[in-house]
Ligand binder design. Structure first.
Ligand SMILES: C[S@@+](CC[C@H](N)C(=O)[O-])C[C@H]1O[C@@H](n2cnc3c(N)ncnc32)[C@H](O)[C@@H]1O
Ligand SMILES: Nc1nc2[nH]cc(C(=O)O)c2c(=O)[nH]1
Ligand code: SF4
Ligand SMILES: [Mg+2]
Length: 237
């Protein structure tokens, strides 16, 4: 008997809009609950009470995925909230892998679950000062060292110069991992998509400038949130 997982949304197929597998055709499973409260969280409905989660078994999640994309997906991204709060995701991962479906996870790396070892692409995203959260380096290190360096990438969202300095610290503490800088979306609720796109592109250029002129950041990638540029703050894309 499968245990249940609190699920906020199941959607796709869409493209992965962020990080190491940007552009990958994927389905998304977004779990409920987070141990952080980032000031600018674009998925606050997973933890602030405004979204309603459903308790689903791994089999029920697969049914949803199959209904959305009958025989037309080969990759599933599990995000949240923090998926590492849920032991039961292990069953979902087993079922997906038995069908030859690749998996990815988005997390801030504040907990550990054994199923994380089975994930093809783990994105760990420590939070910069603008989020109001504080990174426990020991916990982050514990999470990273249990994984294969080729399986993991680090991604830091940047809103300002202080965040950029934090991103550098993360990269320098963990130089063996692929490192991504991501543009922060300062207005994750606006419906003015034109203005949002303009602002995000401007911030992207700024982040590129900082990085290009920085001798200590030669092995990094700078990315926007591609889905936000395409679809703004729309949910389920
Ligand atoms: C909503 S979080 C869920 C997974 C996990 N809790 C985490 O933060 O890594 C997914 C990704 O979106 C990023 N994110 C959240 N709000 C954002 C914003 N306003 N602008 C840019 N990226 C954001 C997070 O940093 C994380 O990399
Ligand atoms: N297209 C798309 N790409 C994403 N990459 C990370 C996302 C997330 O919210 O975790 C996300 C998302 O919500 N949509
Ligand atoms: S850790 Fe992720 S889901 Fe949690 S509040 Fe921060 S951005 Fe949102
Ligand atoms: Mg998102």
């Amino acid at each position: 008997m499968s245990s249940v997982i609190p699920v906020l949304e199941v959607f796709g197929p869409t493209i992965q809009g962020e990080g190491a597998v940007i552009g990958q055709k994927t389905m998304f499973v977004r779990t409920g609950g987070c141990d952080y409260r980032c000031s600018w969280c674009d998925s606050a409905f997973t933890w602030d009470g405004t979204g309603k989660s459903e308790a689903l078994t791994a089999e029920e999640i697969i049914e949803r995925l199959d209904t959305l994309a009958p025989a037309s997906y080969g990759h599933v991204t599990i995000s949240g909230g923090n998926p590492l709060l849920h032991k039961g995701i292990g069953q979902l991962v087993n079922l997906l892998q038995a069908r030859g479906i690749q998996t990815a996870v988005e997390t801030q790396g504040t907990f550990w679950q054994d199923w994380l070892k089975q994930i093809d692409a783990v994105t760990i995203s420590p939070k910069p000062p603008s989020s109001g959260m504080k990174t426990n380096w020991e916990t982050l290190n514990k999470c990273l060292t249990q994984l294969d360096t080729r399986q993991v990438s680090l991604k830091v969202v940047v809103f300002n110069k202080t965040d950029y300095r934090f991103a550098k610290e993360v990269h320098h503490r963990f130089p063996a991992y692929e490192f991504y800088l991501q543009v922060g979306n300062e207005d994750p609720t606006t419906a003015d998509q034109q203005k949002l796109m303009q602002d995000l592109l401007q911030q992207y250029e700024q982040l590129i400038d900082w990085t290009m002129n920085d001798k200590e950041m030669n092995r990094v990638r700078v990315l926007p949130q591609l889905h936000t540029l395409l679809w703004g703050n729309k949910r389920g894309v």
